[in-house]
Design a protein around this ligand. Structure first.
Ligand code: ACO
Length: 374
């Protein structure tokens, strides 16, 4: 008899990758061998995107060339440009990104090629465009004029400006840049797996990242950060502990806690908690940080579960002035660097991903024609 399948593919090794690695017991995360604690606060998002997509940290000259590619890549294709207002009026942010990235493929000069150089160019363009799309989507739905991206500024500064409409402080840019670094890649998470399955059919990079965007949208994956904020907003600050205990007693899941791989603290949460506290104190209203901390203590005591990347990301984004429904899109801007790097890696050494399934249905059924079925 075939071996029983692992529900949710837990512990199944689905691909080989040189991009990122997790030690779930020790709570460690590495991008191409660099500990996330080394990168957070030291590397920019552009350096990390280059590291992931192009295999090594950039030299100064390489970073300039890569940044120039990103700036050029901020130009949206004609079809996406023509439809952005209508899409923003009728679709939620993650749906809109899925649609607009798909439309963008029509005008991509490398759309018909999976060649390594074409994939590198597309990876840079998609990384640049995802950030622009989030800002443009937000402007379109609010009727505001989207600030023109500043070619002298990186992704973090431009994206914050586009979303909030105000010039962020240098410290806010640093914190947001660190958020982008922390979210850039994470081994075989659900959206990356979706991207790799698509790419492994030798489909193109745009199709693969569209699959990934749809997967990240779900509340058990990237959508959790938005749910965390909605939970905090709906809670009476005086009853955080009791309400959390009650929810756990009812068997409810608390968004932003638990992880398939980490058996201890998610190293990204360590940075996000610290940044959330800093921003809360600077804002003069640390209510949501304190409520988060109280929830964390209860969930740990009651269930032994720790916060994942989404828990403190929610309050960090909130204090930075990002609307709650853009939390997951902001996550996707960062993860675009990882998804595209995985597509490059998959295409470089491809084999169709086609697992098996265990059949648990009826057998030896006799077909009854519809006339006799009533
Ligand atoms: N709140 C309460 N209980 C939880 C939580 C939670 N957040 N997470 C897991 N549990 C409990 C489950 O109810 C289950 O209990 P049981 O054995 O008594 O039934 C047990 O812990 C195992 O949980 P599973 O859902 O089976 O664990 P799995 O590895 O499949 O799921 C996941 C991991 C999806 C992250 C889960 O912890 C969860 O749903 N968390 C909330 C959603 C979330 O924060 N997602 C973001 C993850 S990070 C990311 O994707 C970027």
């Amino acid at each position: 008899m075939a071996e029983k399948p692992t529900k949710g593919l837990a512990d199944v090794v689905a691909a080989s990758t040189a991009l990122s690695d997790i030690d779930g017991r020790a709570g460690r995360l590495f991008y191409r061998g660099y500990d996330i604690h080394e990168l957070a606060g030291n590397a920019t998002f552009e350096e990390v995107a280059h590291l992931l997509q192009r295999g090594a940290p950039p030299t100064r000259a390489e970073l300039e060339a890569y940044s120039a590619e990103l700036v050029a890549g901020r130009e949206l294709g004609a079809l996406a440009e023509a439809n952005i207002d209508e899409v923003a009026a009728s679709q939620s942010p993650m749906e809109a990104l899925r649609t607009l990235i798909s439309l963008g493929s029509a005008d991509d000069p490398d759309k018909n090629s999976n060649e390594p150089d074409a994939n590198l160019r597309k990876a840079a363009r998609l990384t640049a465009q995802q950030a622009v799309l989030v800002g443009r989507y937000h402007a379109a739905r609010t009727g505001a004029e989207a600030p023109t991206p500043d070619p002298a500024q990186g992704t973090a500064a431009n994206l914050l400006l586009q979303i909030t409409g105000r010039q962020p402080s240098p410290r806010e840019v640093e914190i947001f840049d660190t958020c982008l670094v922390l979210h850039a890649d994470h081994t075989m998470n659900a959206s990356t797996f979706a991207a790799r399955v698509c790419a492994a059919t030798l489909s193109d990079m745009h199709s693969a990242v569209v699959a990934a965007i749809g997967t990240l949208k779900g509340p058990l994956h990237g959508g959790a950060n938005e749910q965390v904020m909605r939970t905090l907003e709906g809670l009476d600050p005086a009853h955080v502990a009791q309400s959390t205990r009650d929810r756990l007693a009812r068997g409810e899941k608390i968004m932003g806690f638990g992880h398939r791989v980490y058996k201890t603290e998610d190293p990204r949460a360590t940075h996000l908690r610290r940044m959330s506290r800093e921003l809360a104190e600077a804002s003069g209203d640390d209510r949501y940080y304190r409520m988060s901390h109280e929830m964390e203590e209860v969930v740990l005591a009651e269930k032994g579960l720790r916060p994942n990347v989404d828990f403190y990301a929610a309050t960090v984004y909130h204090y930075l002035g990002i609307p709650t429904d853009l939390f997951t899109p902001v996550f996707s801007v960062s993860r675009m660097a990882g998804w595209t790097a995985h597509v490059i890696e998959q295409h470089a050494d491809n084999r169709l991903i086609r697992p098996d399934s265990e059949y648990i249905g009826e057998r030896d059924q006799k077909w009854v024609p519809i006339a006799e079925r009533g």
